[in-house]
Ligand binder design. Structure first.
Ligand SMILES: Cc1cc2nc3c(=O)[nH]c(=O)nc-3n(C[C@H](O)[C@H](O)[C@H](O)COP(=O)(O)O)c2cc1C
Length: 188
């Protein structure tokens, strides 16, 4: 199997724990992953520090790219990154992607993934949703993207916040197409 080249963008919606756990799992699945590039919005850093009480995103074992660094390989389709995950994805970033605004590396990388017909997964988070959010989700879906809302499930009886968050992150790993151990309903 070809090793995967993945972009992970972290934006300023609630749920920094989802990004933390996804990056941990991608690190564990290193045999299936050739490269992970990380982009973080300014608000994502603030939300991470507020929610997780640390700035550990600085220590993640992957290369960080500045939000305005258009020299990043995945700013161009020629670099052949196959998947991009925006986790969590704010309504602002969703709207900018849906309207084709490519004025920073997050929105440019998403634009590239869509134009190259590769896999874009938006772990969108806000509640409640207004009609603009819903229409933007429809637009991204019509363009080939996948809206994977940050909506946990409880049938696996998660006991901790991390286990709750993993119910979302494990679905993202499934969507990326990586082999991993995860709770599966009624699996024998
Ligand atoms: C603590 C905190 C929590 C937030 N939660 C959300 C959220 O769940 N969803 C959302 O769309 N925006 C949320 N926001 C607002 C976004 O951070 C803001 O709209 C920002 O401009 C989004 O830009 P970005 O996507 O470039 O990070 C939150 C902001 C803060 C400070």
């Amino acid at each position: 199997m070809m090793k995967r080249k993945i972009v992970v963008a972290i934006t300023g919606a609630s749920g920094a724990i989802y990004a933390k756990l996804l990056l941990q799992k991608l690190h564990e699945l290193a045999t299936q992953v050739a490269d992970v590039g990380i982009i973080m919005s300014t608000n994502a850093k603030q939300v991470w520090e507020t929610e997780l009480d640390n700035a550990d995103y600085q220590d993640l074992p992957f290369k960080f790219y500045d939000k305005h660094d258009f020299t990043a390989p995945f700013a161009s389709g020629s670099a052949r990154y196959d998947t991009m995950v925006v986790i969590p994805c704010s309504m602002g970033t969703l709207g900018r992607i849906a309207s084709g605004v490519s004025d920073d590396l997050v929105t440019r990388a998403a634009d590239v993934i869509l134009k190259e017909r590769r896999k874009l997964i938006l772990v969108a988070r806000d509640t409640p949703l207004n009609l603009i959010h819903i229409r933007n989700m429809a637009t991204v879906t019509e363009a080939g993207g996948i809206i994977c809302p940050a909506v946990p499930s409880f049938y696996s009886k998660p006991q901790t916040i991390e286990e709750v968050a993993l119910t979302v992150v494990n679905r993202v790993i499934d969507l990326i197409g990586l082999e991993h151990d995860s709770y599966r309903w009624n699996e024998l």
